[in-house]
Design a binder for this molecule. Structure first.
Ligand code: SAM
Length: 283
């Protein structure tokens, strides 16, 4: 890469509260030659809130390929460009990856400017204790495909599942989750994060569905859905004695053998003990 080439900055922007933006992000947005934005009006609103007047161009999922070439040319003429999307971190359920792949493969410099992301924001304040999580993003729009995707996740190792969902599909999505995961699976809905109507709601899937149906206002806005691993629930349902037995056996035997012995000793279901044993191991 020649030294006088410009840089593409991938800049995270607020997911609601306009003040959730880093000082470095503001510096970059004020100093680049141009900002590629998903929706110019939304980004202009953010920029004018912070007194920034940098020129804008549109980059969205339908013109990304065309604009990528234009941005490569601007970088080649030593211009610096920032990439932003409507909210949060570009490329996370948002456009940008094709542009960045193209620029990186032709040797351009791409620099991330970290900041808000709805999934991490939701997880951070959910109270779910989970060392590992799987971010799925948006599930398919059609119920059949959605259920197939959810089914494929039932065989995952224990971890928190995180989804994005649109307000007009939230009820149908929860109904499909009930079909696949059962009525008692726990869920946290994180709605309108960092905004006036920010809401965290934690309950089982069936109660959550009833809660949504009882108040249409709770179906409005933007949602992150978090499903804690099943072992979190098992911890609550297994008695102290059973948990102690599993723990002692795991100190002496490999996991599989410890679980088999624990099933014989306690009479608990193998599935529950196995999930609990895995949770101890991952802790
Ligand atoms: N790039 C963004 C990020 O880093 O989180 C995500 C963009 S994706 C197109 C938009 C989805 O993110 C929404 O449909 C919603 O599921 C989630 N989301 C964005 N802002 C949110 C907020 N303030 N509260 C809850 N969910 C939000």
């Amino acid at each position: 890469m020649q030294q006088d080439y410009g840089t593409l900055y991938v800049v995270a922007t607020p997911i609601g509260n306009l003040r959730d933006i880093s000082l470095r992000a503001l510096d970059i947005l004020a100093s680049v030659d141009c900002i590629a934005a998903e929706h110019i009006d939304l980004t202009r609103h953010l920029l004018s809130h912070h007194g920034i007047h940098t020129s804008l161009m549109t980059l969205h999922q339908h013109n990304e390929h065309l604009v990528a070439e234009k941005i490569a040319n601007l970088l080649a003429s030593n211009q610096n460009i920032a990439l932003v999307t409507d909210a949060g971190t570009p490329c996370i359920s948002d456009p940008g990856a094709m542009l960045i792949h193209l620029l990186r493969s032709s040797g351009h410099r791409v620099v991330p400017i970290p900041g808000p992301n709805a999934a991490i924001c939701a997880l951070s304040a959910s109270g779910i204790r989970s060392n590992s999580f799987f971010f799925y993003g948006f599930l398919p729009v059609k119920s059949g495909e959605r259920k197939r995707c959810l089914t494929s996740l039932t065989t995952f190792p224990p971890c928190t599942l995180i989804f994005y969902e649109a307000p007009h599909r939230i009820v149908e999505c929860i109904k499909d989750m009930i079909v696949i995961f059962g009525t008692h699976r726990q869920i946290t809905l994180a709605r309108e994060l960092t905004k006036v109507f920010e809401t965290f709601h934690t309950d089982n899937l069936e109660n959550t569905l009833q809660w949504l149906l009882a108040d249409e206002n709770q179906q409005k806005g933007e949602f992150v859905l978090l499903l804690p691993p099943v072992f979190e629930e098992n911890k609550a349902t297994l008695s102290q004695d059973v948990r102690h037995t599993v723990q002692v056996l795991m100190n002496e035997f490999p996991l599989k053998q410890a679980v088999q012995l624990a099933v014989s000793i306690t009479g608990e279901k193998k599935k529950n003990l196995y999930a609990y044993a895995l949770s101890i191991k991952s802790d």
